[in-house]
Write a protein of this length. Structure first.
Length: 223
């Protein structure tokens, strides 16, 4: 469970973020005392910081600089001040990403997932693949979307894992069959079609009718 610290002056936004991200199994706290941000940072030891630019006493750029003196933890700026100058300043002060207000909570969740993958995947700490708000849980072979979850069979899991690992690229039917052939079940073209139909039915139950796109004569892809 990744620990997220929210530094946001608007308490309504902070509470909404905490409630939303907690549903995604993040351990979330938000700052209430803006004079002691570093003390709270040191005590909580977050793995991600969501940091607004406009804050009481000192702005987010200052606090990002203070964090960078003691930690390389990923910092994502969240701000309505999204002009190029503020974005450049955020990156120059050590920020890792920037999302402008108002933002969609699913987009924020996707950005957080990508930031976690980039930062922690090499350390073997990530046990999920995320794409456009869809989360494949590698530890228990389940798929989650908008707080709904479905269980996957072994073949379902192998297919969706391969497609999500190659999101944005076409995966041929031959590649998918080769992945499935690693099991002891014989896989031919007709068997793959049956498996794809079953998987798409499960995706449909989550409201993801078009998550897997067929590229005629080429294969399948997650866009």
């Amino acid at each position: 469970m990744y620990k997220i610290m929210i530094v946001e002056d608007d308490i309504t936004i902070a509470k909404t973020l905490k409630e939303h991200l907690s549903k995604w199994n993040y351990n979330v706290v938000y700052v209430t005392d803006f004079k002691s941000i570093m003390a709270q940072f040191i005590e909580f030891e977050p793995q991600i910081v969501l940091l607004d630019v406009m804050l009481p006493f000192f702005n987010g750029f200052y606090w990002c600089g203070e964090i960078r003196k003691i930690s390389n933890v990923p910092v994502m700026f969240i701000s309505s001040a999204s002009d190029n100058m503020n974005i450049v300043m955020a990156m120059n002060m050590g920020g890792d990403d920037f999302i402008a207000k108002p933002f969609d909570l699913n987009v924020l969740t996707a950005k957080l997932g990508a930031l976690i993958r980039r930062t922690y995947s090499l350390q073997g700490q990530v046990n999920a693949i995320e794409h456009n708000g869809v989360v494949l849980n590698l530890s228990d072979a389940t798929l989650t979307y908008e707080n709904q979850k479905v269980d996957l069979t072994k073949n379902d899991y192998k297919i969706i894992q391969l497609l999500m690992e190659n999101s944005g690229n076409v995966v041929s039917r031959e590649e998918i069959m080769q992945r499935l052939w690693e099991s002891d079940q014989f896989i031919d073209d007709n068997t793959l079609t049956v498996n794809m139909t079953r998987l798409r039915k499960k995706l449909s139950e989550l409201g993801l009718e078009n998550f897997i796109v067929t590229k005629k004569g080429l294969g399948y892809m997650v866009e």
